[in-house]
Design a protein around this ligand. Sequence first.
Ligand code: DOR
Length: 432
Amino acid sequence: MAEPEARAVAIRGGTVVDQHGSRRADVVVAGGVVVAVGEGLEAPAGSAQLDASGCVVAPGLVDIHTHLREPGREEAETIETGARAGALGGYTALVAMPNTEPAIDSAAVVAQVLGIGRRACVEVAVAGAITLGREGTRLAPMAEMAALGVRLFTDDGRGVQDARLMRRALEYAGGIGVTLAEHCEDEALAAGGHMHEGAWSSRLGIPGQPAEAEELMVARDIALCRLTGARLHLLHLSTARSIELLRAARAAGVPVTAEVAPHHFTLTDAAVAGFDAVFKVNPPLRGPADVAALRSALADGTLDAIATDHAPHPAEAKDLPFDEAPPGMLGLETALPLALGELDLGIEAVLALLSWQPARIAGLRATQGGPVEAGRPANLCVIDPAQRWRVEPGALASRSRNTPYAGRELVGRVRHTVAAGETVVVDGEATR
Ligand code: DOR
């Protein structure tokens, strides 16, 4: 995370929205923390002034599912470029996924990523692997990684296939007070599938993976969560029946949380019709009934968070034939406007899903997720909810270009981002 800059910042004329509601207020930041919130505040001499008229001043967004690709796949993204893309999207914290090369499965790699992350423009936290090399056979040294501050563990990109090993991992995680995050996919059932199995996969002649490949693991892991009492987080849920399973588990008091990615509530498998691998993602884009179920689960609180699953891939990889291209889509710079524009939710509910609820799941409450009040670390974003803009892949800050929203007009844009007291985005431009 960035070192707090000495210069104070005054954010003027906006509406503060956080978990305590909404009010007109200026916000003054100095020494990395919020020092005052109120109307018509005096700012220290020499403060930077950020205009927030017509805008919402909110706790910075927190992405609990970001592929930053470093170490090992720096041609797709680096911690620096991913953090910049995040800042432009309103994020002040990202949780780096461990499917790097090598995988983040040891204290040494955690320390390396955290070390690079300290120089990035937003807070970079790390998710450690559950199993060595994410191979699903032997547990990684989770306690050693937890000692460095890792609070979330996952083999994301793959699910832990062996139920007995997953049970042991949950027992161990419960003992050391960390959360396991599962990529729910039964690999045997999904094998060979490059998109959702349904009418579109038949029509296009692309082998599909059935919704049940996800749902089997959702059901299994909810059972293991009940058995062990350990905290479980379900990554990028995509099907209507996964939501039914989640809803029943939560009603029964099982300690499970879950997220959805923006592409799963805004796109369907029909998007694959042009065989463009930019629409290839795992779990795959599903059908309209799944999209509707995800949207209602966001509205009724069944889903806890929107997480980007920002998955950069270089053009050479995405230009391959559909069945050879890797799955994954960019997400950091488009998540907030998609949530604001596509969901029928108020801004406070959207911010809950993008900021303070994910901050809690990731164990980042000490620094992230608000509320916006004196004494709290100054991680803030200023959002213009009315600004219209068109997604131009070449203008994105990510090192990769694989957005499925190219050319689409979105409503709502981040105007300024303040991370650890430093202005890292001003008027829609990154400052470093
Ligand atoms: O589409 C995906 N891409 N899903 C994953 O789970 C992994 C990700 C990646 O790392 O590219």
